[in-house]
Design a protein around this ligand. Structure first.
Ligand code: ADE
Length: 251
């Protein structure tokens, strides 16, 4: 981790889907690390892009494609393992978990809104035994970045994470209990790993679908994915531009 005193030099961007990552790879002029340069273990499908942008070294990692099915390895387990390995080998000063999310219109979310998550928690780890219940929920505050919020036009809200795109009644109940405005499939897992290794992490999530709306989630998600990745790219660029030259304590 960076000396608290010095400016931030290494940023790790963690993204689940290639379609979410590609605009940022182009924006920051990142190149994919060839296998011989990569320290990733043989067999891991993880993808690593890197480059320099406005005085920052940027690493962007993805959990990669499922080896059998050839789709993005979305969800908590793949993102946790790639984040863990990336923190240990790339030693970032700051993590940005960027991606898409479902939003609750009752809490003020609209399609293409970009949120900075103030808190994260899980909604599908139900363990009804005292203390284990809290462990399951895994609620934690994210690294506070009041100046990013003040300077950039981002919304702020709580993020709830689970391994399903849809929402069953039990998930809904826990999402409400988590007081979440947005819902994703990775954030709380990234936060767990980042906390384990004392690395500050921020969560930038763009809304592709309205969970408490009328359209089926998967339909709305697929329909809006490409347009929303542009909103995500703009927001992450603004965040990275802001970070350039700053110290962790300036955020
Ligand atoms: N990513 C985008 N939309 C989502 C949703 N509704 N639930 C979980 N992850 C998402």
């Amino acid at each position: 981790m960076a000396a608290e005193a010095g400016p931030i030099s290494k940023v790790l961007i963690v993204i689940a889907m290639q379609k979410e990552a590609t605009p940022l790879v182009h924006k920051f002029n990142l190149v994919e690390a060839p296998a011989h340069q990569s320290t990733f273990p043989k067999g891991a499908p993880w993808v690593w892009y890197h480059g320099s942008y406005k005085g920052l070294h940027i690493d962007l990692v993805l959990p990669g494609m499922d080896a059998v099915l050839g789709v993005d390895s979305v969800g908590t387990v793949p993102v946790a393992v790639v984040t863990s390995f990336s923190i240990q080998t790339l030693k970032p000063d700051l993590i940005i978990n960027a991606g898409t999310a479902g939003g609750f219109k009752a809490k003020g979310a609209s399609i293409t809104d970009v949120f900075l998550a103030s808190d994260v928690a899980f909604h599908d780890r139900r363990i009804p035994i005292p203390i284990f219940d809290m462990y399951g929920t895994g609620a934690r505050k994210t690294f506070a970045a009041p100046n990013i919020l003040k300077e950039l036009n981002l919304k702020v809200g709580k993020l709830s994470t689970g391994d399903s795109l849809d929402m069953c009644p039990q998930d809904k109940e826990l999402i409400l209990r988590n007081d979440a405005t947005i819902k994703d499939m990775e954030g709380a897992a990234v936060a767990y790993v980042a906390d384990m290794f004392s690395t500050p992490a921020i969560f930038v999530k763009a809304v592709t679908d309205i969970v408490d709306g009328v359209k089926p989630t998967y339909e709305e998600f697929l329909q809006n994915l490409i347009a929303v990745t542009t909103a995500l790219e703009l927001a992450v660029t603004k965040v990275v531009d802001f970070i350039s030259g700053k110290r962790i304590s300036d955020l």
